[in-house]
Design a protein around this ligand. Structure first.
Ligand code: ZN
Length: 277
């Protein structure tokens, strides 16, 4: 089934990193004024802040906290580093609870000094070690598969199939998946694996941007929807066919966009959201 066009901003969520030059206070004011209804807060934006107050200010401005980015980075060949990672994820749970974020997105990590299979085992162990605290705080965790170009250091989970396998193995109602079109658009099994994820009730969130061609920087050259080769509405349709009706989260790392006037960029985001998401 084709997706229905988005006609208003009731499902528009923006990641604070998308408008990186703005502090959380400025983002709160500017998003609210622009009619943005959801935000995913990156943890750096909470540095030095009273976290509960940030959450209260967002809600008072009519903005829902969709998730906290990010937990994860579990694997390491060094056991002490792995423990540090678990401790940091437990802190992320506490931060999400203070902020009022119901979900933490996990960028699972990888260590190039060891085989991917070992990193995947350590990811499963790290998630298992975080789940109890997450359950006590009533916070869900979402595994975000990353494009395989990041398999060396950022994530050993690179496809929906791997994320689904991981969720099957751990089998907790608190654990699901973030579908990000940037990381997954190329996968010939994407549709069937989104269906598998949906049947299990595990599509927890949905991130959009576009793949620019050529991509000039592997991390910080993501495009606005419509600027690249990803059929975002098609993938949104697959996710929504599974009953997903949550926020469409605009997450763009882009040196080009961060150099723009952020107010003008926000208007471009809104236009791209209606036309190309
Ligand atoms: Zn994402």
């Amino acid at each position: 089934m084709a997706s229905t066009p988005l006609t208003d901003f009731s499902r528009l969520c923006i990641h604070t990193i998308t408008t990186k030059p703005w502090s959380i206070e400025e983002a709160t004011d500017r998003y609210a004024a622009a009619g943005v209804r959801g935000v995913t807060v990156w943890r750096q934006w909470l540095d030095g802040r009273e976290i509960a107050k940030v959450g209260a200010n967002l809600r008072a401005a009519g903005i829902e906290v969709v998730s906290l980015c990010r937990g994860g980075f579990f694997p390491s060949i060094d056991a002490a580093e792995r423990q540090k990672a678990v401790d940091d994820n437990l802190r992320a749970v506490d931060e999400a609870a203070a902020l009022g974020a119901p979900l933490i997105v996990l960028v699972c990590g990888a260590d190039p000094r060891q085989p991917l299979e070992e990193s995947r085992r350590q990811i499963a162990d790290g998630i298992a070690a975080t789940l109890e605290r997450a359950g006590q705080a009533n916070i869900r965790l979402a595994v975000e598969p990353l494009h395989p170009m990041y398999a060396d250091t950022r994530s050993a989970i690179n496809t929906m199939a791997q994320a689904n396998d991981l969720c099957d193995a751990i089998d907790s109602p608190l654990l699901g998946v973030t579908v990000d079109v940037y990381h997954l658009w190329w996968d010939p099994h994407l549709r069937s694996q989104i269906e598998r994820c949906g049947r299990a009730g595990r599509i927890f969130s949905f991130h959009v941007c576009d793949w620019r061609s050529p991509t000039e920087d592997l991390l910080n050259d993501r495009g606005l929807m419509g600027e690249g080769c990803i059929d975002v509405p098609q993938i949104r349709g697959w996710v929504e066919d599974q009953g997903f009706d949550g926020f469409v989260e605009v997450e763009i790392f882009s040196n080009r966009c961060w150099a723009m006037d952020q107010g003008e960029f926000l208007e471009k985001i809104k236009e791209a959201y209606l036309k190309h998401a």
